[in-house]
Design a protein around this ligand. Structure first.
Ligand SMILES: *Cc1c(COP(=O)(O)O)cnc(C)c1O
Length: 434
């Protein structure tokens, strides 16, 4: 073992390639992983000295860019006090400060906060809240969830079960997952004007299975990893009505859309509806570390705690990690003090203008933009390695996924960098489209 460690400095990437998993990767034939030495602003600096504009915000999270002095200071200050203590029987100011901010920012009745360590866990917590709520009320048959084709809610078993049932990501496990119910993907915002009949099948499924349903879970406005699909806010209004009529709990998974990405602080604001439970993650700490939160209303929280066993049965080891909470509060303050709305709008316009050139290409199926999200959908799946190499050669970091080449840059990106990002996307689309 010491041998291994001693040899490391010279050739750590080779060692890493052989021994360390990457997301959705092969351990036998891994695609290249580019070694990053540091990151600052919107740029990733590779070990070989090259610099890449990060068009991914490290999967929606680094909204302020990297190495931000305010976030660094928040982490350092908190580090000097304590980086972590258990949350069972102990508490701390960073948790209270962050909870206050989340309650303030999310729609009014959501005021009971559960902190966890990642988005998937926040979804598990939301599902368990709904299950325990009905259990406590004696409605023990309500054990299933209704969700949507094309949805994505995370990689843990419970979250997978409510994610798209056929999509490549999760179909493998379908035999072992709880069989949930699925409604059709909400129709695309661009292809059809909203019509309440679009919910007909959803209404039928919800009504038919009313007695066994605990709730409905959906990503508001944007289905992310399930296809970067945008749909109409009125859909959510009708969905809220349906849940009220049928007495179902409505869960919004805002893990990707939260903190300004779609142009409003939370996507739910654009529909003017309030869910019973909301999940937050990704940009919560500005991309500094893993933290997530599940918020619910008082009535759901007290409902859960009325029955047997009288407590909510979840409690991760790193619950409400003080370091992560402190950075999250600083990130929220930074966001609110910044002209984020104008920035997201400017990015939206830049993406719209910058991606137009490829919209008519024969290999391109669709180009769509919402807030600070820009998507080029191809007719054929992209070759990840080849596409990524072409992007990196031109100084841009993106991770193509299936037929999609998409970007959600940090809000601080300036117009030159944004233009370079979209120009490069267009160039590479043309290059790989043939
Ligand atoms: C990323 C994501 C998750 C899972 O979050 P992790 O932190 O990766 O576990 C869940 N829901 C949505 C909508 C996401 O985008």
């Amino acid at each position: 073992m010491p041998d291994l460690i001693q040899k490391l400095p010279s050739d750590w990437p080779a060692f890493e390639r052989q021994h360390v998993w990457h997301p959705y990767a092969s351990m036998v034939k891994p695609i290249p992983a580019y070694p990053v030495a540091s990151a600052s602003g919107v740029r990733l600096k590779l070990e070989d000295g090259r610099q890449l504009i990060d068009g991914m915000s490290s999967w929606w999270s680094a909204i302020h860019g990297y190495n931000h002095p305010r976030l660094n200071a928040a982490a350092e200050t908190q580090l000097a006090d304590m980086s972590h203590v258990m949350f069972g029987g102990l508490t701390h100011r960073p948790a209270a400060e962050l909870a206050a901010r989340l309650i303030e920012l999310t729609p009014a009745p959501l005021n009971r906060v559960f902190f966890s360590d990642s988005g998937s866990v926040a979804v598990e917590v939301a599902l368990k809240m709904a299950l325990q709520y009905w259990q406590a009320r004696g409605e023990t048959r309500r054990t299933r969830f209704l969700s949507f084709r094309g949805g994505y809610h995370g990689d843990t078993i419970g979250a997978m079960a409510v994610s798209d049932p056929e999509n490549g990501l999760h179909s493998l496990f379908s035999g072992t997952l709880t069989q949930q119910l699925f409604a059709p993907r909400p129709p695309s915002r661009a292809s059809a004007a909203f019509d309440s009949r679009q919910l007909e099948q959803l209404r039928k499924t919800a009504t038919d299975h009313r007695e066994e349903l605990a709730g409905i879970i959906i990503e508001p406005l944007v289905q992310g990893a399930g296809g970067m699909h945008f749909y109409h806010p009125d859909y959510l209004r009708e969905l809220r009505q349906l849940c009220d009529q049928q007495g179902l709990l409505l869960i919004f998974d805002e893990i990707a859309t939260g903190f300004g990405r779609t142009g409003s602080l939370f996507a739910t604001e654009q529909a003017g509806v309030v869910p019973d439970i909301i999940c937050l993650g990704k940009a919560l700490t500005g991309g500094y570390m893993s933290l997530a939160a599940t918020l619910t209303r008082e009535a759901v929280a007290s409902g859960i705690c009325q029955g047997d066993p009288g407590v909510f049965m979840h409690g991760p080891t790193f619950m409400a990690n003080p370091l992560a909470c402190a950075v999250a509060s600083a990130s929220i303050d930074l966001l609110l003090e910044s002209p984020w709305r104008a920035r997201v709008q400017t990015i939206e316009q830049g993406l719209q203008a910058g991606l137009i050139p490829v919209s008519e290409l024969p290999g391109v199926a669709d180009v769509r933009v919402l807030g600070a999200i820009g998507v080029v959908e191809m007719k054929q799946p992209l070759d990840v390695t080849r596409t990524q190499a072409a992007l990196v050669e031109r100084g841009v970091w993106l991770r193509p996924f299936g037929k999609l080449l998409y970007t959600m840059p940090p809000y601080i990106i300036d117009s030159n960098d944004l233009a370079h990002l979209t120009d490069t996307m267009c160039e590479v689309v043309e290059l790989v489209a043939d």
